[in-house]
Design a protein around this ligand. Sequence first.
Ligand code: SF4
Ligand code: SF4
Length: 623
Amino acid sequence: MHAMIFWGFALLFFATLIVAIQADFGLQIFRGPLYLFIKVTANLFGLLALLGILMALWRRYVIRPRRLDNTKDDVIILALILVILVTGFIVQGLRMAIEPDPWATYAFMGYVMAPWLASLFSEATLLSLHKIIWWIHPILAFTLIAYFPYSKLSHILLAPANQALRHHGPPGVPEPIDFEDESIETYGKSKLREFSWKTLFNTDACVKCGRCQDHCPAYLSGKHLNPKQVIQDLRVHMEEVGKAYENYRKEHPARAVEEGAGLQEAAAAAQGSAGEESLPSEEELGLPELIGQVISENDIWDCTTCRSCEEQCPIFVEHVDKTVEMRRNLVLMESCFPPEAQLAFRNMENNGNPWGIGWSSRTDYLQGLGVPTLAENPEAEILYYPGCSGAFDGRNQKVSAAIVKLLRQAQVNFAILGNEEKCCGDSARRLGNEYLFHSLATENIKVLNGYGVKKILTQCPHCFNCLKHEYPQFGGDFEVLHHTEYLNDLLSSGRLQLNHGIGGADGRRITYHDSCYLGRYNTIYQAPRQLLQGVGLNHLEMAHTKEKSFCCGAGGGRMWLEEHQGERINVMRADEAIALGVDRVGTACPFCLTMISDGGAAREAGEQVKVLDIAEILAEKIS
Ligand code: SF4
Ligand code: SF4
């Protein structure tokens, strides 16, 4: 539909341009075969554009998908384009009805209309109509051009610009805060002016297609958060703030900052920095508070940072960074966060893990397995970093044991940090507690660098993402592998041997749940699936899979928070697996394992659908 409208108009624009050049400069371009070719092509593309517009009207006003809100702007644009196209064809038909055209068949739209128009009107009426409609057509075309920057049509320019300006590195890595810098007066973002122009440009570029809304687990489970609405609310607020400062500057020219200064310069002056003439704050101008009034706190805390919205957004709007920045402000400046987060923060601070279990018992789960620490085995080829879940959560300790069993079978020389390991800090960072994250990350990096660690194996995608993409911000540069990647390499290279070899037919039906931080954040989709194929399970895909996977509900630190509204996200995901009629659900993340097991238990399907980590499934296949 979009392609038909866009390319239809592009071709018509091109053909009109040639007509204009020919008429204004006396060039004879429209001659011979080129003339006939353009005539046919322009008619064909015009017809495609017309069909595209009819499809758009049908979709918006008959099908009416919930994610589309039909505004006045939509009606004006669609009606204008429709009338421009139709009048173009009518003018052509009227001309052919008045005077015979030897090449009429090439302009097939006019050719079809001409006899019909000739049968309806006298020649004099045809002449008058031709004159009137000939004028209506360009007037409307120029009206559309004039309306362009004020309408959503501006997305034709803004959307590619936003795509070009998109972040190219690993997605969703928050900017670090320099806590040593005493000139920083505020942490996180609570005012529009504190966001970068690029972040704000995102809101202008949004085409309101609602794909983010349609794929947001928080929205779909009935939470307050709607990512499309958040972006739109920010845009409306931006216009409001911009207008308020513009008006103020007009009314108080003497107090305004130097001519031409933008919103952010005005904002800097508003803070009274460097002795500049100060402007009033947003509050003094009677503007609403960004957090609380424009964006509700529920919106900020409901997000699981799953990045489904960003992945589905056709123009690469980035939602998660805005949420994390507002969380930072709430946590670091206002001490305002859900009460459950307080407990997780305190536990991470005191014991280096969110469960709050004594730090010195971190390796208790490995007792009897004889896994050496790096201090005991400094020559280890890889450091195994089980993370807090793998060390303290009873269910995930079994996954750690499975990984140890597999590494031993493949004769990998590995070691752990033992009690020197601390939480990677991912949950603290996503919950906005950058200070806590900073201290956990720097302590871990100090230990890792102290041992000269080069290669790390993780079993948690949150540890994996954090160590791989975020620790380099603090001087921790390591090769980090997730266990699904590493085990897949061991299996395909023959280092890891299964009892019955690779493949075969296990007969049991399994589905794999993609973790957001492994899949969307790190595009690891194939390795877990290859492992399932390797053990010969009958693998079925859920409706939401790979890039479109549905979050388990625990990302973004939500593992430690309650869901107070709507359905439980983990139960919705478990329902999807149960509906597939599988015996097992494979996971590759400790949070997903816990959440989907709990979801299945809530549906009393725990016995019927077993949730297992891929490592456990693999470990069953070795003696
Ligand atoms: S990151 Fe996930 S939960 Fe957050 S707004 Fe986007 S889709 Fe919704
Ligand atoms: S998917 Fe992107 S463009 Fe579409 S409404 Fe959401 S943010 Fe806007």
